[in-house]
Write a protein that binds this ligand. Structure first.
Ligand SMILES: Nc1ncnc2c1ncn2[C@@H]1O[C@H](COP(=O)(O)OP(=O)(O)O)[C@@H](O)[C@H]1O
Ligand SMILES: [Mg+2]
Length: 365
C-alpha cells in the first residue's frame, strides 16, 4: 500500500487528550491540508508523522513500511516549520547542504540537488546570502528548498505562510501550488486559514475536539459539511444557523418553521426528521439576497455592511434575533440600520439536528 497511512493514532499531554484514534489515508502525490482552530492538534499530528513527537498508541505507515518505530531522519520525510529554522551564520547554500552532508550524500550530488531546488524556487541568485539578508518570503523559500533537496517521500509544512504579509502570502500560495506539480511526493500542510486550504489542497482534513471531523475535497466540505462544526468553520463569512422546527414534509422533503414564523420548503429529504424536531437551518450568504420590490421574504435589520468592491455582505438580524448574512453583487446602497426584506433560496438550505448531524439538500434536477 503506497502513500501515508495513519491508524488509530492517539496522543494526550498529561490528562488532556489531544488526538483520539485518528485514522487517515493519504495517496502518493496528494496535497492534503490539516485545517482546524488553534489547539486542535494539527501540529501535534504533523510532528507525530515526522517523528518529532511520539504517539501514545497507533501506527504510522509510509509506502507500505511502518515508520513510527523509526527515528525522524530515517522516515523519508522533510518538514518545513513556520519559523523557518535556518542557521543564521550559514549561507543559503550551506543551510541547504547541511542535512545532506550529515547524511553522507556525495558532494557532486549535493551541488546538483541545490542547483535544481534553487531553480524550482527561483533563488539561484540568493545562494551566497545569509538568512539575515533576506526577506521573510525568501527565507521561507530557502526552508522549502532545504526540504526539496532531501527528495523526501512526504513533505510536511506547518503553517508555512503565516509569517508572511498578505501580499507575499498570496504569491507564495501560488508558488506552493506550482511546487507540488514539480515534486514527486505527497504534501501535508497545516493551516488555520481556510482560504489556503480551499485553494491549495486536493483534500482537506478538518480537525476539532481531538478528532477528524471530515475529510473531503474543498467542494465537498463546502457543499456537504459533515456536521454543524464544519458548516460553521468552512466558508467566509460563515454559514448562518437559524433556529427552527420541522413543520412537516412536502413530496418527501422537509419544511422548516423559523423562530420568527416563516415556513421554508427545503430540498432536504424528510427521512427521520419528524415534525416538531428542533433543528438549525444552515444558509450560505450566496443563498440569501435582498428581495425585489414587492417580493415576499424575511424582515431583517441590517447591522453591518462589508463592501469588498465586487460584492457586498450584509450582516442582518431577523425578528427574534437570529443572525443571517446576505450577499449582494457590486457595491450596493444598503446601510447599517436599514430595514430590509431578504429572499431565501430555500432549496439550498441545510438542516442540522441538535447533535450537529447534517442533512443536505438533494441536488437540483
Ligand atoms: N509539548 C506539549 N506539552 C503540553 N501540551 C502541549 C504540547 N504541545 C501541544 N500541547 C497542547 O496540545 C494541544 C494541541 O496543540 P497543537 O497540536 O499545537 O495545536 P494546533 O497546531 O492545532 O494549534 C493544545 O492544547 C496544546 O496546548
Ligand atoms: Mg500548530
Amino acid at each position: 500500500m503506497s502513500g501515508l497511512e495513519l491508524i488509530d493514532v492517539s496522543k494526550s499531554y498529561g490528562a488532556t487528550p489531544v488526538l483520539e484514534r485518528v485514522s487517515l489515508s493519504v495517496l502518493p502525490r496528494e496535497f492534503i491540508a490539516f485545517l482546524g482552530p488553534s489547539g486542535s492538534g494539527k501540529s501535534t499530528l504533523l510532528r507525530i508523522i515526522a517523528g518529532l513527537e511520539t504517539a501514545d498508541s497507533g501506527e504510522v505507515w509510509l509506502d507500505g513500511e511502518r515508520i513510527d518505530t523509526r527515528s525522524p531522519g530515517a522516515r523519508g520525510i522533510a518538514m518545513v516549520f513556520q519559523h523557518y529554522a535556518l542557521y543564521p551564520h550559514m549561507t543559503v547554500r550551506e543551510n541547504m547542504a547541511f542535512g545532506l552532508r550529515n547524511a553522507g550524500v556525495a558532494r557532486d550530488e549535493i551541488t546538483r540537488r541545490i542547483a535544481q531546488a534553487a531553480d524550482i524556487l527561483e533563488i539561484a541568485e540568493q545562494l551566497d546570502k545569509k538568512p539575515g539578508q533576506m526577506s521573510g518570503g525568501q527565507r521561507q523559500r530557502v526552508a522549502i528548498g532545504r526540504a526539496i533537496i532531501k527528495q523526501p517521500r512526504l513533505f510536511l509544512l506547518d503553517e508555512p505562510l503565516s509569517n508572511l504579509d498578505a501580499a507575499l502570502r498570496g504569491r507564495t500560495r501560488v508558488e506552493l501550488a506550482q511546487l507540488r506539480t514539480r515534486v514527486d511526493a505527497a504534501l501535508i500542510m497545516v493551516t488555520h486559514d481556510q482560504a489556503e486550504a480551499m485553494t491549495l489542497a486536493d483534500r482537506i482534513v478538518i480537525l476539532d475536539d481531538c478528532c477528524i471531523q471530515q475529510v473531503g475535497t474543498p467542494a465537498e466540505v463546502y457543499a456537504r459539511p459533515a456536521n454543524a462544526f464544519v458548516a460553521r468553520f468552512v466558508g467566509s463569512p460563515p454559514m448562518a444557523m437559524l433556529p427552527a422546527t420541522i413543520a412537516g414534509e412536502e413530496a418527501g422533503r422537509v419544511c422548516v418553521r423559523l423562530a420568527e414564523g416563516t415556513v421554508l420548503a427545503t430540498a432536504v429529504p424528510a427521512g427521520e426528521l419528524v415534525a416538531g424536531t428542533e433543528v438549525e437551518v444552515g444558509l450560505r450568504p450566496e443563498h440569501v439576497r435582498l428581495a425585489a420590490p414587492g417580493e415576499a421574504g424575511l424582515a431583517a435589520q441590517v447591522e453591518l455592511v462589508e463592501r469588498l468592491g465586487d460584492r457586498t455582505f450584509l450582516y442582518a438580524k431577523l425578528e427574534g434575533g437570529a443572525e443571517i448574512i446576505a450577499l449582494e453583487p457590486g457595491f450596493g446602497t444598503v446601510r447599517p440600520g436599514d430595514a430590509v426584506t431578504l429572499a431565501i433560496d430555500a432549496p439550498c438550505a441545510h438542516v442540522f439536528t441538535a447533535s450537529g448531524a447534517a442533512h443536505h439538500p438533494e441536488p437540483r434536477a
